[in-house]
Ligand binder design. Sequence first.
Ligand code: DX5
Ligand code: ZN
Length: 216
Amino acid sequence: MKHKIAPSILAADFGNLQRDCEMVNNSEADWFHIDVMDGHFVPNISYGMPVIKAIKKHARKPLDVHLMIEKPERYIEEFAEIGADIITVHYESTVHLHRTLTQIENAGCKAGIVLNLTTPVSVLEDILPKCYMVLLMSINPGFGGQKLEEITYSKISQLRDMINHKRLNTLIEIDGGVNGSNSRKLIERGADVLVAGSYVFKSENPIKTISELKSI
Ligand code: DX5
Ligand code: ZN
C-alpha cells in the first residue's frame, strides 16, 4: 500500500484558511491532520470546534483529528458531529482506553491511539486489534516546527513487528518533524502515514512539497 500524507493545518495561515484547505484538496495529500490542544495535556492551545467546522466546509478529504486534550471522552460525539473521520486519542490522556475507542467507533469514526515519545509500544499489546491506526509522536506534542527524535525509528520497527505478528492492518502514523530528509527512512521502517506541518506550509511550493513526500 502506498503511504499517505497528512498535512497538519496547525502550520497553515489561519487568515487564509480556505485558500490553504484548497491547496490540500488540489494536492496529492490524503488527509487533513487536525491538532486539538487544550493547554492542559500539552502546554499549548490550538483551536477547537468553530475552526474545525470551517475546515470541514472546504475540505474534500478525510479529517484526521489528533486530540491532545485531557479526558477526550468528553468530546468524542461532538468531534464526530462536526465532521471528524478519524479520531486519535493519547494513551496518556484517558483512563479507560478501550471504552474511549468504542465510543469513537459508535460515533461512526475510525479510532486510533497516540503514544507520547517515551510511552513504550508494548502498552499496545492488548488493544492493538481495536486500533485502525497508531500514531507515534516523533516529538513532544504541543508545538509544530520541532526536530524529529531518533527514538522514533526503533519504535516504528517494534510496532511494525507487532502488527505483522498479529496479522493486523493497523496503520502507523508519524507526527512531528517530518521532512524530505527523514521521510524515506520512516517509510522504510514501516510508517504508513506521514504528518507534515511546517515542512509543507513553510515551503515555497506546498503542492510540490506534498508531491515529493508522496513519491518516496
Ligand atoms: C504537534 C502536532 C503536530 C504538528 C507537526 O503536537 O501534533 O501535528 O503540527 O508539526 P511539524 O510537522 O511542523 O513538526
Ligand atoms: Zn498532530
